[in-house]
Design a protein around this ligand. Structure first.
Ligand SMILES: NC(=O)c1ccc[n+]([C@@H]2O[C@H](COP(=O)([O-])OP(=O)(O)OC[C@H]3O[C@@H](n4cnc5c(N)ncnc54)[C@H](O)[C@@H]3O)[C@@H](O)[C@H]2O)c1
Length: 432
């Protein structure tokens, strides 16, 4: 402000003065009022898969962003301008915004008090019985309470169990009459592609006060081409239904795969024939492991929310989680697994990323080992000292299962002596 005033005083030209006045007015409209915050945004969980690309994108849009996290190892990497995980297109922008001083990294919770917007993007897991761990999320907010104020707009970006935002409001209010501003802006981006999709996908915005909705819409309006305002309940269901829908779609195709395979028919050929020039089935995905930290978790959260009355969701879980068992049972009909070397090509939960969280490749490996097989793991992106190269895996194994269709497997020559189980049909083509 001091800088602005100095500039105003030094301006003699009336036209220029009006131009500057307009600029100040419109920037004041964009940001909620708070006196001299050090940052525009602080992201709690700012070094995670959701928080980090979002922070980079906001910093690249010209805002001053602080990424607050508890993970010191990731902080070291990000401070050097190195992404701790694959996020396409992020690293050059990360380096630039760090150099420009637009992006700061903090391991100190008090940094939460230094921004106008607080975006919460920490994990929201389910427990071992598939019930949402709602308390953990609220405890994290409670721990930050002393750094939060009603002048800030608090945006929940994590996927939360319905009513969680209201509970956050209750715990912040805790008997006082101050008006807090809480918004929910769920993320629907496919992992690894945030930098691209943040600018392409509409953003759902809901809030518990008019100001929260207005502020959140104005903030995300800097990135998203379209803002869709909904009620809180609608936004909560948009997120859960979106992930439930995708998870059920994968279950449909996986069930079809199991039926076709048991019938001795190549499902990939069936699917191609079904979808070729026939729009009504065009959205049928390929069969394959439906895994990762979101789809199953959110489908189960939705089931818990509906008093465990979500037959389709539970059926989808049985099918998708049962696919590794189906593969093993088929192999057991042909091989004595205790004398068989089996390789799994692709350990990440999704193609062309390095994230192994909740990947079904590991479940497959575990079941194979239980039956005595010697199992080799390989991945193009996920690093682990126990993994072998794809060449070594092909040399050593009699059977290879493609766990995830990384692009690198597309041209891979699979020797004829190796049996390949390839639900995605990425490597099967070169089996000779
Ligand atoms: N990964 C996805 O593609 C995706 C997509 C949509 C929604 N989501 C949702 O977004 C949320 C975050 O998921 P993610 O994949 O980014 O998780 P993540 O584990 O990659 O990131 C979470 C980050 O929060 C940090 N953290 C944990 N507790 C903290 C605390 N108390 N204070 C500060 N930092 C803390 C962790 O160190 C980590 O860096 C979840 O609710 C998830 O369901 C994820």
């Amino acid at each position: 402000m001091k800088l602005f005033l100095t500039k105003i005083i030094s301006i003699h030209n009336r036209k220029e003065f009006h131009k500057l006045f307009k600029a100040i007015k419109s920037s004041a409209k964009e940001m909620p009022s708070q006196i001299n915050p050090e940052f525009d945004i602080v992201i709690v969980g700012g070094l995670g898969h959701v928080g980090l690309p979002l922070g980079i994108a906001f910093a690249d849009s010209g805002l001053r962003v602080c990424l607050y996290d508890v993970d010191a190892k990731k902080a070291d990497s990000v401070k050097q301008g190195v992404m701790p995980f694959i996020e396409y297109g992020a690293e050059p922008i990360l380096k630039k915004v760090i150099k420009d001083g637009k992006l700061k990294i903090s391991l100190d919770a008090s940094s939460v008090s230094k921004a106008r917007y607080v975006i919460i993007a920490i994990g929201t897991p389910v427990d071992e019985y598939l019930n949402p761990k709602t308390r953990a999320f609220l405890e994290s907010v409670t721990a930050l309470k002393k750094y939060l104020s009603e002048e800030q707009t608090i945006i929940v970006r994590s996927t939360v169990y319905p009513h969680t935002c209201q509970q956050v409001l209750n715990l912040l209010k805790n008997g006082n009459n101050r008006e807090w501003h809480i918004a929910y802006c769920p993320e629907r981006i496919v992992q690894g592609y945030s930098i691209k999709e943040l600018k392409e996908l509409p953003q759902i915005v809901a809030g518990l006060s008019d100001k929260a909705v207005k502020d959140a819409a104005s903030l995300f309006g800097r990135l998203s081409p379209k803002i869709i305002k909904t009620s809180m309940g609608e936004a909560e269901l948009v997120k859960f239904f979106s992930n439930g829908w995708r998870y059920i779609q994968f279950a449909v195709t996986n069930q079809f795969y199991m039926i076709a395979t048991a019938f001795g028919v190549d499902y990939d050929k069936v699917r191609r024939a079904m979808t070729d020039g026939y729009g009504r089935t065009a959205t049928l995905p390929t069969a394959g492991f439906a895994a990762g930290p979101c789809l199953l978790k959110d489908t189960m959260q939705l089931a818990a929310f509906n008093n465990n009355n979500f037959l389709l969701g539970h059926a989808a879980m049985m099918i998708n989680e049962g696919l590794p068992n189906f593969i093993v049972e088929n192999l057991r009909k042909k091989y004595d697994l205790s004398k068989t070397k089996i390789g799994i090509l692709g350990m990440a939960f999704k193609a062309d990323i390095d994230d192994i969280r909740d990947s079904l490749s590991f479940k497959l490996g575990k079941i194979l080992r239980f039956h005595g097989a010697k199992v080799y793991y390989s991945d193009e992106y996920a690093k682990n000292p126990t993994f072998v190269s794809k060449e070594e895996l092909l040399k050593s194994c009699e059977v290879v299962v493609v766990g995830v269709p990384h692009s690198a497997y597309k041209g891979l020559r699979i020797p004829k002596r190796v049996e390949i189980i390839d639900l995605w049909n990425v490597a099967k083509k070169n089996h000779n």
